[in-house]
Ligand binder design. Sequence first.
Ligand SMILES: NC(=O)c1ccc[n+]([C@@H]2O[C@H](COP(=O)([O-])OP(=O)(O)OC[C@H]3O[C@@H](n4cnc5c(N)ncnc54)[C@H](OP(=O)(O)O)[C@@H]3O)[C@@H](O)[C@H]2O)c1
Length: 286
Amino acid sequence: MILVTGATGNLGKATVEFLTKKIPAGNIAVLVRDENKASDLKTLGVDVRTGDYHDKDSLVKAFRGIDKLLLISSNDFNDRLGQQKKAVDAAKEAGVKHILYTGVSMQNFENSALQQIMGDHFETEKHISASGLDYTFLRDNLYADVIPMFIGEHVLETGINFPAGNGKVPFSLRTEMAEAFANVLSSEGHENKIYEISNTESYSFGDVAKALSAHSGKTVTYNSPSVEDFTKALTEAGVPEPMIGFSLAFATGTKDGDFDIPNNHLEQLLGRKPSALNEAIREIYQ
Ligand SMILES: NC(=O)c1ccc[n+]([C@@H]2O[C@H](COP(=O)([O-])OP(=O)(O)OC[C@H]3O[C@@H](n4cnc5c(N)ncnc54)[C@H](OP(=O)(O)O)[C@@H]3O)[C@@H](O)[C@H]2O)c1
């Protein structure tokens, strides 16, 4: 029996949907906080279990009878590491044999502007390794789907203003990552392996502007402002300070090349080339 957590979220739900095309729904369970958000998964015949990463007992109960657990990283930064450690401890207590964890694919961690945001992922991996359970680390580079969050809603009118310089990211579609995860979950031989989940080519925000121009038929420019100008513009637009800090950390990490580690693991797990940036932009902005 396989259980996927975060199944009311984008990545978890898409993974479960791909999985139901590969194995009987009766062999799939999900962990959700709110059953009402999982009625479509229930309709598919999936076993919907409730639990919360903050509540270890609820997780032990939900993980009973599970062999493989896909632990989708939490989106809640309130003690994210504590939440994920509870999930790992609960898995061990419940008799789970194999944990697959969605961490991050990046380099230069020790000097990265993203250290504080991404540190939980590597600490969680250490905790999983120390548990003695079989593991698979599905380290995700950035989703192409996060591009609109960085460049804003009015990009066709304003152009892209993001201080990422000429830094590049091997963006890939979240749904293709989910498809690859369903392939991993439904096949054997992935114990104690690390996959760097990314596209095979990296793209700058200048490339994103070109892809958006091609898609929209409008000329979209790319400008990489100074940190000061970017902070001032976002502050004046009323963006809350933590959100500005978050955007700046991703821009700086991108500028410094922290994500620029394209790889063919996603291609291998999918059995085809991941969608290139132009196709991803078309999919996201359609
Ligand atoms: N690689 C990237 O570019 C990238 C970008 C964004 C995020 N991420 C990471 O990847 C994860 C998956 O991405 P996504 O797009 O699927 O995120 P998402 O749509 O925000 O989904 C997050 C899932 O985590 C669940 N969750 C949050 N707190 C929980 C808790 N205390 N107990 C149990 N479940 C909890 C949510 O449940 P509810 O529906 O109940 O809230 C939701 O199902 C994110 O959580 C984040 O850590 C990666």
